[in-house]
Design a protein around this ligand. Structure first.
Ligand code: B1M
Length: 217
């Protein structure tokens, strides 16, 4: 039953049946399936397969857009449920997050932001295609503990390095920990550009953010 409903979510996401994705997500919640399980085993496999099909020339941009719409509409249903499970009432720290300049991929960055909020971080999400100076301004304004930089394209990940350089220029580098992520990003890239942390996925990002605040990494 659980596997069945999650498989249907994946299938409908790929078929571009946004309404069915939302209905099935609601049904999954009613059936008592945890929101994170719906995300990780229902929605994300769909996005992954959509990307693979795009690489093979079986899907085109409109397919990706409609799959993204399905995921985002389902997330609108899941986010309040995730908030209800918020673990700590006190604020663990402040995070500024966004997708770097030239890159409009939104979903992974938003998922990282949502899970950080659920854990108890105060999150300022700057959105996508964010210029370096905007990150710097917001870090200054909020006194953020952590700056999260997402990049989904091999051509835009260089933007993460540029933001770190902009922080150095603004004299803020020592005041904020930089966490990087996104499909083409790796631990070695993080080290190369002088980031403080790297996470492969949203759950990992929460762990790394906590470790950074506790000074473990
Ligand atoms: Co684009 N796209 N896309 N796309 N897209 C990818 C990334 C791609 C891998 C597809 C492919 O070819 N297989 C490919 C990149 C190739 C490369 O550079 N290596 C690609 C391309 C080429 C493009 C365009 C250039 C296509 C074109 O125009 N010819 C174009 C670029 C536009 C631009 O940004 N300037 C483009 C456009 C789009 C859409 C707009 C159609 C749409 C995005 C819609 C939206 O976000 N509102 C889209 C989509 C949907 C995808 C795929 C299919 C799915 C991305 C996604 O949302 N995944 C993607 C293929 C793929 O990733 N398999 C693809 C779900 C999401 C939860 O995962 O974003 O990876 P992800 O986030 C993960 C981790 O990466 C990590 O945690 C998240 C949760 O687990 N993570 C972090 C992310 N950020 C993090 C930050 C952290 C820590 C962890 O700390 C701060």
């Amino acid at each position: 039953m659980v596997d069945d409903i999650l498989a249907q979510i994946t299938e409908n996401l790929l078929k571009g049946e946004t309404e069915s994705v939302v209905t099935l997500t609601g049904q999954a919640l009613t059936a008592g399936i945890e929101p994170l399980m719906i995300i990780n085993q229902g929605l994300l496999p769909g996005m992954e397969i959509a990307g693979e099909k795009f690489s093979r020339g079986e899907f085109f941009l409109p397919h990706l857009l409609i799959a993204a719409k399905g995921m985002q509409e389902a997330m609108a249903l899941l986010e309040p449920e995730l908030s209800l499970r918020q673990e700590t009432p006190e604020v663990l720290g402040t995070v500024v997050i966004g997708t770097v300049h030239g890159d409009i991929h939104e979903i992974g960055k938003s998922l990282v932001g949502t899970l950080l909020s659920v854990k108890g971080f105060q999150v300022h999400d700057l959105g996508v295609d964010v210029p370096g100076e905007r990150f710097v301004e917001k870090v200054k304004e909020t006194g953020a503990d952590i700056l999260g930089l997402s990049a989904l394209l091999t051509t835009t990940m260089i933007g993460q390095r540029e933001v770190i350089e902009a922080l150095v220029e603004a004299g803020l580098r020592d005041r904020v920990k930089v966490l990087v992520g996104g499909a083409p990003v790796s631990q070695s890239w993080a080290e190369e550009i002088g980031a403080d942390g790297y996470a492969e996925d949203a759950t990992g990002a929460v762990q790394v953010a906590q470790d950074l605040l506790e000074g473990k990494s």
